[in-house]
Write a protein that binds this ligand. Structure first.
Ligand code: ADP
Ligand code: MG
Ligand code: MG
Length: 246
């Protein structure tokens, strides 16, 4: 079933047009990859879908789960089941990992999370990610390594259980073990009722994941959509052939 439909999306940041007419449909059960040159607008696309107010939709629309959400606030989109993992997650001194995720889950589901049941769920998801459970009582990302920040993002995703998870360069700057753990975490999360949008430059995050579609985004436009073989092609050849198309 159709989960996300982006139609002729134009997005401006600080008055400058960044996305210049994006069309993208994501069905449940699918994994989509977005690749592209630096500054092409990949993070802008994810932010616009999430509803980050710094990104203004100037034309087109975003339909999620059958509803036009183009004007909806971030919180409403999160409640509807959209999740975004950030390229550089911020630290939140004073708020523990456990409290942060528990509060987010309460807000998103509208249901109080019973302390013991939640602790148990958190512990089991942390174990799956080889994320030491002592981190549940540490402040969010405070002094976390790059790998620990990414595990924390994947942990949030797996507990909030969104319908659409967007991962923005979740693999950048990670060592091979961390990339494998993240890749496995996304693979465990993914099922026929949800969908994943991965922004990446590398093949390695995809070792446990089989993308159904790979989109090349250059200068605010999707210039090519193909299958998983595009990732390896780009890794080998770069973007020159596609730059010529814009
Ligand atoms: P990518 O993720 O493909 O590298 P981005 O979407 O981050 O590209 O950025 C596309 C363009 O939009 C860049 O020129 C960038 O400087 C600009 N941009 C993105 N986000 C912001 C922002 N919050 N404030 C100002 N400019 C931004
Ligand atoms: Mg247009
Ligand atoms: Mg980016």
């Amino acid at each position: 079933a159709e989960l996300l439909r982006v139609e002729n999306l134009h997005v401006a940041v600080e008055e400058k047009e960044i996305l210049k007419g994006i069309d993208l449909t994501i069905n449940t059960g699918e994994i989509h990859v977005v690749m592209g040159t630096n500054g092409a607008g990949k993070s802008t696309l994810a932010n616009a879908i999430m509803g980050n107010p710094a990104y203004t939709v100037t034309e087109g629309k975003i339909v999620f789960d059958g509803k036009d959400i183009t004007e909806d606030a971030v919180n409403d989109r999160a409640k509807a089941g959209i999740f975004m993992s950030f390229q550089s997650p911020i630290s939140i001194p004073g708020i523990t990992v456990e409290n942060f995720i528990r509060t987010a889950k309460t807000t998103i589901t509208g249901e109080q999370q019973r302390a013991l049941a939640f602790k148990k769920e958190l512990k089991s998801k942390m174990d799956e990610l080889s994320f030491d459970s002592s981190y549940a009582q540490r402040y969010v990302n405070d002094g976390f390594s790059g790998g620990e920040r990414k595990k924390n993002e994947i942990l949030q995703m797996s507990i909030l259980n969104p319908k659409l998870a967007m991962l923005d360069e979740t693999d950048s700057g990670l060592d091979v073990d961390a990339v494998r753990i993240v890749s496995e975490g996304v693979s465990r999360f993914h099922n026929e009722n949800n969908a994943v949008l991965i922004i990446t430059h590398h093949n390695s995050i995809l070792q446990k994941l089989k993308p159904d579609f790979v989109h090349i985004l250059i200068n605010g436009r999707i210039v090519k959509t193909g299958d998983a073989s595009l990732v390896a092609e780009i890794e080998k050849q770069g973007y020159d052939a596609y730059k010529a198309l814009v």
